[in-house]
Design a protein around this ligand. Structure first.
Ligand code: BES
Ligand code: MN
Ligand code: MN
Length: 462
């Protein structure tokens, strides 16, 4: 594409400042206190799409947070790319672990980002990565190089399960019709190792409640004579893995795809240093399912993790008490072919069955979604691969990721189109954690690579 590097160079300060303005608004979808900020962010996204050249832009109200839709249709016979992203962010807590306030973006240099990174909640997940697409469109329209039609679908509920978007997609199949879906909401292996995400894990998220006696009791008067729900809950949770760290829920692995030796060998070629991995997390050993490597454990294997556990007295000092109730939030990351509704049922049945007499157990499903895999021989993958070759000078490595974007499987089911996951984040971006950041170079490289995808996708499909 003509002048892409010079255009980015000329406008990069503005590109950064616009993103900084977007990052200042706390669009926390999980917390209703921020409802107006979420709305305000949707308005800014809408305006930015208008300014970037979309000729139809609207805010679509939903039962939850609004969806921003924009399009630029230049010719009916040309392919249509649907860009998906999200403008909502995770809650920033714990606040005291941030080195600067989460909604006061600042640029700092780090070892990995000598040219600087923007620190703010949402910098990488997903405001920064979503906004690369807006600026890529601006470049293409400003220089008269948009080669195909484009539709934008930017939602405000990704971090809370995308329930309004699921309904919206089902009701708007014609409007959202496309030839390929393009998303930047994942990562790449390293700044000099671009990669295309070819798989996402599914998710089943449940909350469990164990009830013992009808009220909190004196742990001396009753201790040893009644079931302590916290003791019981922790024992039940511990039994969900065996000594090899396999999950013990019956039939849990029935539909898990077994990769061939060759496929696993191919995966193992991706650059990875166990030493650096441990050092980055300050751990002296990795931990996980026997028989699998770290990269396999966090991508092609399903997992079960407690995300939070509470009950009883947790205040200052000691209180001698047996709690009436204990709770935990549990997530299961699933691999393609495992059905999240089926897995949720298997979990519920099993968890209820292992409860001893003397307690009651309640399992409440939260949200979930299916996993996803995409082939590397499609036109979309090839177009993405060529785009990275041009901008990074390297062939990107296919990589299956451990994270989840449940709407991707729904897109395929409802809109019958494939998704290309061109992520520009790094694992070290600290998404969902304190001090989230996004490298300035990653941001600019993204803006440079995206228009090349448009070009190659159009060339390969017409
Ligand atoms: N962008 C992430 C998912 C992601 C990150 C995938 C990095 C691959 C690499 C997304 O915003 C996210 O956090 N998804 C949630 C699931 C959702 C249902 C709350 C997740 O994976 O926990
Ligand atoms: Mn995201
Ligand atoms: Mn996220």
């Amino acid at each position: 594409m003509k002048n892409i590097k010079s255009y980015i160079n000329q406008h990069k300060d503005r590109f950064l400042n616009e993103l900084i303005e977007l990052l200042k608004i706390p669009s926390i979808s999980a917390d209703s206190t921020y409802k107006n900020d979420v709305l305000k962010t949707a308005e800014i996204v809408k305006m930015s799409l208008q300014n970037a050249g979309c000729d139809k832009v609207e805010i679509c109200k939903t039962e939850g947070h609004p969806i921003v839709y924009g399009e630029k249709i230049i010719a009916k016979n040309l392919p249509t790319i649907l860009v998906y992203g999200h403008y909502d962010v995770q809650p920033p807590d714990p606040l005291d672990l941030w080195n600067s306030p989460p909604f006061e973006p600042i640029i700092k240099n780090t070892d990995l980002h000598p040219e600087g990174a923007i620190f703010a909640r949402g910098a990488s997940d997903d405001k920064g990565q979503m906004y690369m697409h807006v600026k890529a469109l601006e470049f293409m329209t400003a220089t008269n190089q948009l080669p195909c039609n484009v539709k934008f679908l930017i939602e405000g509920e990704e971090e809370v399960g995308s329930s309004s978007l699921s309904a919206f997609v089902k009701e708007n199949q014609e409007k959202l019709k496309n030839d390929i879906i393009l998303i930047s909401d994942t990562g790449m292996i390293a700044p000099d190792a671009p990669s295309i995400t070819t798989g996402l894990r599914g998710l089943s998220y449940v909350e469990v409640e164990v009830t013992g006696p009808n009220r909190d009791l004196h742990s001396g008067l009753y201790g040893g004579a009644v079931a302590n729900p916290i003791n019981i809950l922790t024992k039940m949770i511990a039994s969900l893995h065996d000594e090899n760290n396999h999950i013990t829920i019956p039939d849990f692995y029935d539909k898990v795809e077994n990769l061939s030796k060759e496929e696993r060998a191919e995966m193992a070629k991706a650059p990875f240093s166990l030493k650096d991995y441990k050092a980055a997390l300050d751990i002296n050993a990795v931990y996980g399912e026997k028989g699998y490597t770290t990269n396999e454990r966090n991508s092609i294997r399903p997992t079960l993790d407690v995300n939070g556990i509470w009950g009883g007295y947790t205040g200052e000092g000691a209180k001698t008490v047996i709690a009436s109730k204990a709770y935990a939030k549990i997530s299961m990351r699933l691999v393609p072919n495992q059905d999240w509704i089926e897995i949720t049922k298997l979990f519920t049945t099993h968890f209820e069955s292992i409860a001893p007499k003397g307690v009651k157990v309640k399992v409440t499903p939260h949200h979930g979604g299916q996993g996803y895999v995409t082939p590397t021989n499609s036109i979309g993958y090839q177009a993405a691969s060529k785009a990275y070759q041009d901008s990074f000078g390297k062939t990107p490595i296919p990589q299956r990721s451990g994270g989840s974007i449940p709407i991707v499987a729904l897109f395929e089911e409802e809109l019958k189109s494939k998704t290309i996951l061109m992520g520009f984040g790094l694992n070290s971006d600290a998404i969902h954690s304190p001090n989230e950041h996004f490298g300035i170079l990653n941001y600019l490289k993204g803006i440079e690579t995206i228009p090349l995808f448009y070009k190659y996708f159009t060339e390969l499909s017409t």
